[in-house]
Ligand binder design. Structure first.
Ligand SMILES: N[C@@H](CCC[C@H](N)C(=O)O)C(=O)O
Length: 280
C-alpha cells in the first residue's frame, strides 16, 4: 500500500498526518505500530487523519487520533493545531476565521492567528470522576493515589481524554521516570491516563512534563497543558491566564473557571512531505 503523508509537530510532539478526505483511514493497529517505530518506521507520537464530515454537520472537517501504540484516542491539543495549519495550507481554512472541527470527543473551535499559530477552544474541563474516567466515590480537587503502598496526591480531569496531574518540586526528578508509567497505567483510571508532573513557578507560569498514555514521555502535550492549568486553578494554585512551559516550548492557556471553556494557543510546524510503501 502506498501512503502519502505530512510530518508535522507542535512543540516537538510529532505527528504523521494523513489526508483521508477521499478514502477512509487505511491503517490497521499493527500498521500504525509499524510506522510509529522511531528506528524501523517513520516515527511519531500520534497519527492524525483529516476527514470529511456528514452533510449538515456544523463542523467543517473531522480528525482522528491514534497513539503510537495504535490505540484510538479522544483528544490531542498539539494535534488539532497541526490539523488547522494543514487545512490552512490546503486553502480550506482562512486566517482569523472561527471554524469548528470534529474531534473524536466532540467539536472544537479553531482560530488561526497566523499560518503557524493557532488558538483552540478546547471545551470545558470535566472533573466528575465518571467523566475522566477515574475510580473515586465523589468529585474532589485532590485524590490520594496508592502506588505500591506509597500514596501520592493527584488531580484528575478529562479534556476529551483522561489526565492525572501531580504537583512536584522538580519536573526533572529521577523518581518521575518510574512514577510516570505507573500512574499512566494505574487501575483506578479505567482507560489509562496521561500523567502531567507540574511545578508551579508562580500564579501565571507552570513547568510541565507529561508521560502520555500510548506514546510515553513527549516533548509537549497540549491537552496535558490544559489539564494541568485546569486542575491547578481548581486547587487555587494558579490564575486565569497561565504560560505552561513544556520541554518543547511554551503554550498559553486561558480559563475563566467552571462554566467556561478553556483556550489554548500555540504553534504548529511542518517538517516534510513523505511517501512510503507498507507491506500488503
Ligand atoms: N499529545 C497529545 C495527546 C495525545 C493523546 C494522548 N496520548 C491520550 O492517550 O489521550 C496532546 O497534545 O494533547
Amino acid at each position: 500500500m502506498q501512503l502519502a503523508f505530512t510530518k508535522m509537530h507542535g512543540l516537538g510532539n510529532d505527528f504523521v498526518v494523513l489526508d483521508c478526505r477521499q478514502r477512509p483511514m487505511p491503517l490497521s493497529t499493527s500498521d500504525i505500530r509499524t510506522l510509529g517505530d522511531r528506528y524501523t518506521g517513520i516515527g511519531f507520537d500520534q497519527l492524525l487523519s483529516i476527514e470529511t464530515v456528514a452533510d449538515g454537520d456544523d463542523c467543517r472537517y473531522a480528525y482522528g487520533i491514534w497513539n503510537r501504540d495504535g490505540q484510538a484516542v479522544g483528544q490531542c491539543g498539539n494535534g488539532v493545531r497541526c490539523v488547522a495549519a494543514w487545512l490552512h495550507r490546503e486553502g480550506l481554512l482562512a486566517l482569523h476565521e472561527d471554524v469548528r472541527l470534529r474531534s473524536p470527543s466532540g467539536p472544537v473551535l479553531v482560530r488561526l492567528l497566523d499560518p503557524l499559530t493557532v488558538a483552540v477552544d478546547m471545551g470545558e474541563p470535566a472533573f466528575e470522576p465518571a467523566q475522566v474516567p477515574f475510580d473515586a466515590p465523589h468529585r474532589a480537587a485532590r485524590y490520594p493515589l496508592d502506588l505500591d503502598g506509597a500514596p501520592i496526591t493527584i488531580g484528575a480531569v478529562s479534556m476529551g481524554n483522561p489526565h492525572a496531574v501531580v504537583e512536584v518540586d522538580d519536573v526533572r526528578a529521577t523518581a518521575l521516570e518510574r512514577l510516570g508509567p505507573q500512574i499512566t497505567a494505574h487501575p483506578r483510571f479505567a482507560e489509562g491516563c496521561n500523567t502531567g508532573f507540574a511545578k508551579v513557578i508562580d500564579e501565571a507560569h507552570i513547568r510541565l512534563r507529561v508521560h502520555e498514555r500510548g506514546s510515553g514521555w513527549t516533548q509537549a502535550c497540549g491537552s496535558g497543558a490544559c489539564a494541568a492549568m485546569a486542575v491547578l486553578q481548581m486547587q487555587g494554585r494558579v490564575g486565569r491566564e497561565v504560560e505552561v512551559r513544556l520541554p518543547g516550548g511554551p503554550l498559553q492557556i486561558a480559563w475563566k473557571g467552571p462554566g467556561h471553556t478553556l483556550w489554548m494557543t500555540g504553534p504548529a510546524a511542518f517538517v516534510f512531505e513523505g511517501r512510503c510503501t507498507l507491506p500488503e
